[in-house]
Design a protein. Structure first.
Ligand SMILES: CCCCC/C=C\C/C=C\CC/C=C/CC(=O)SCCNC(=O)CCNC(=O)[C@H](O)C(C)(C)COP(=O)(O)OP(=O)(O)OC[C@H]1O[C@@H](n2cnc3c(N)ncnc32)[C@H](O)[C@@H]1OP(=O)(O)O
Length: 243
């Protein structure tokens, strides 16, 4: 599955809706046992949640948007398919979450590409299920430091801390992702799927049990004037960076 939402593959409500529909189609296709996620946009895997969806909108919109973010994560984290992220560009915040949610991450070894949960840098907080997914990949200590600092890690650093499983030259990313997929698909599906469920169930159940509470937390957090101001300033900073 190739993300193609220029300029930076932001995760808008439309993007998330289409992503979930595509994933569901593949999930229901018995001939499809695995999916490789990558980007058709040069140098960017995904810029994370679309900040404009979280700025100056109604409570109803925030609720709809957040449910779509939850849905994307629940579907991908619980997928029966083998999921491989071929991270061919930068991947902050929600983009990093997508990669973390897969079974395996391969990143292009370009030191200019960065990845991480940088929410704290925007003055916002990664919700508990972003944090849980991160902890399950890199461990508690690395996740705690990285989350508090809102660190964006260069590709070599991301590999060193275990955020990505391997680095390969950009031109070899597709072949390597295909080889990894073949390796994972060589196992019987039922054994792999049951093992995956066993490893992820507690974290998935936690969001399922607190889904509506999480929506309300998001709405009250994001609606605060101080948070709206931080997000506006961040967007302005992104725009100024160009000029
Ligand atoms: C205890 C209580 C707890 C309660 C908690 C409850 C709930 C939690 C609450 C909130 C959590 C919300 C979680 C959010 C997670 C996220 O994903 S936030 C998004 C974070 N993303 C980023 O920080 C990335 C920002 N972008 C960049 O760094 C760069 O754009 C880039 C991706 C590295 C690409 O750089 P490049 O130079 O190629 O491009 P530009 O910077 O020029 O960007 C082009 C264009 O795109 C716009 N844009 C970029 N990123 C975004 C984005 N994420 N959303 C929307 N728009 C984006 C940028 O502004 C440019 O626009 P233009 O100037 O109009 O062309």
């Amino acid at each position: 599955m190739k993300f193609k939402s220029p300029p930076v593959n932001s995760l808008s409500l439309d993007f998330l809706t289409e992503f979930c529909i595509s994933l569901e189609k593949l999930e229901n296709d018995r001939a499809c046992r695995g999916v490789i996620l990558t980007s058709a946009v040069p140098k960017i895997f995904s810029s994370g949640l679309d900040i404009t969806e979280m700025c100056g909108k109604s409570t109803e919109h925030y609720a709809e948007f957040w449910r779509a973010v939850q849905e994307m994560w629940l579907r991908l984290y619980s997928s029966n398919m083998v999921t491989v992220a071929a991270v061919n560009g930068s991947s902050p915040a929600g983009g990093c979450l997508i990669a973390l949610t897969c079974d395996y991450r391969i990143m292009a070894e370009n030191p200019k590409f960065s990845i991480g949960l940088n929410e704290a840098q925007l003055g916002i907080v990664a919700p508990f299920w972003f944090k849980d997914t991160f902890v399950n990949v890199v461990g508690h200590r690395v996740a705690e430091r990285s989350l508090q600092l809102g660190s964006l890690h260069s590709a070599p650093e991301a590999h060193r801390i275990g955020l990505v499983d391997e680095l390969v030259p950009e031109e070899k990313l597709k072949d390597r992702a295909t080889a990894v997929m073949q390796q994972w698909l060589a196992l019987p599906d039922h054994a792999r799927q049951l093992t995956k469920t066993m490893m992820r169930k507690a974290v998935l159940d936690r969001l399922v049990a607190h889904r509506e509470e999480d929506v309300q937390n998001f709405i009250s957090f994001i609606s605060k004037e101080s948070i709206q101001k931080s997000l506006r300033m961040y967007m302005e900073m992104l725009k100024k960076k160009k000029s």
